[in-house]
Design a protein around this ligand. Sequence first.
Ligand code: DAH
Length: 514
Amino acid sequence: MQEDIGRIINELHLYEKKVLKSLESSKSITPEEVVNSQKLDIKSVMSASGSLASKEIIDVQKDVEEILSLSDDGENYAKEGLPERKLLNLLQQEGTVHMKDLGVKSGLNPSDVKIGVGWLVRKQWAKINQGEVNITDKGKEMADNLGEDEKLLAALMEKGQISLDILDHELQQGFKLLKSRKGLIDIDKNTSHTLILTEKGQEILNQGIVIQEEATQLTHKQLKSGEWKNLKYRGYDVKAEYPEFNPGKMHPLRRIIEEIRNVFINLGFNESKGPILESAFWNFDCLFQPQDHAAREMQDTFYIKNPSHSKLPDDILVSKVAQAHQNGGETGSEGWGYLWDKEVARQSVLRTHTTGVSARFLAENEPPLKMFSVGKVFRRETITYKHLPEFHQVEGIVAGDEVNFRNLLGILKEFYKKLGFEVRFRPAYFPYTYLSTECEIYLPEKESWIELGGAGMFRPEVLEPLGIDTPVAAFGLGIERLAMIRLGIKDIRMLYKSDIGWLRKLPITQGVDV
Ligand code: DAH
């Protein structure tokens, strides 16, 4: 508790301290008194009091006082007398007056006559019998006495304003009567507050608080001169409640993509991009995928109707690729041994992987080089909790005389480590690489490994036509599955669903920061 009090004191705002200090001599005080004694404005006192109250250091008692005064109509009645009083005076003289003569004889207008007769009867000052208005005994008695309501009218006329709280019983009755007549009395509400020290507040005062100016904003000068070291700072309550708010933020999938880009940029890779609408040539042929390869079949690849065909690169490259497929050309290989068809290579496809970006880059750049590319790829897949017909890959190549398969594994290990994952490698097959491997990362919760992408050393059948004579390590890795693991989601569709509730609840930063 003692420690607690120390922490509370440390977190008190200067104004809160001043309000508390004012409660040292008397246990209860008005905010106005604090304004005077501490030279604070009322707003600051009220907000400091509110904050002290929320910490149960003081109670803020709210009193609402009702102040009565006369309206214009009320003032008229106070001066002239109530209509029933005028009628009573008339009846006092004449005993009985017929209803139809009341107006003329009293000098009241018809509406006041109506009001006056109503109240005569209600106050039992008169009785009406077949149109005759007769004074009662009570009426006779009241002829020389003021009623409770008339007394209040007179008092208000004299004083101008009276607080409802101080009315005696008689005037309170008068107030009830007048209030029921509507429009005669104005009621103003006067709210006042009293600040009362609680036990906790007393404990804090017992411990003692020091009023000292606090630094709220540091100036350049204070920082430069070292003055900041001697300033007093208020402690922050890091556990204080805060209002929930939903700032705009990057989509979690986008965040991971940015994180991945950052990893490769930090590893010294250049970023490249390629078209989503690609020719079969770049997507398949120049990667030494034979034209009857299963991946080209309709169930895997989206072929485009319009434009149905794409332009091929220069003839030399095209004929070298054709040679590589047909008989190996100058690659030292026997090739696939079939007749390569230019028209098949011209077909337009939605790229099925980003490996074509690597091939394009190699056609235009000289090793040594390090390139990566992030982008969407498309495959004809049935949508399930773990499959989508479009998803992202990160593709990369490292080319140079000294580059080997071990380097490739090292890069992949490093990449996954930076994202917080452990990777292992399994032998694999791709038409464009030798050696080839598949990367798997470990899921501790499931105690299992999942496959995330492929990698390998590009074959001579790929490199020779592109004019590359150094080894090239290459990799292509899926991103959505990483995102699923990172975000702890079981259904890949969540990433594309725009579920605003889920998105809002996700922390702004997750895992390794961008
Ligand atoms: N393109 C392959 C896929 O989509 C992945 C891949 C494997 C990319 C080996 C490469 C590589 O660059 O060398 O599954």
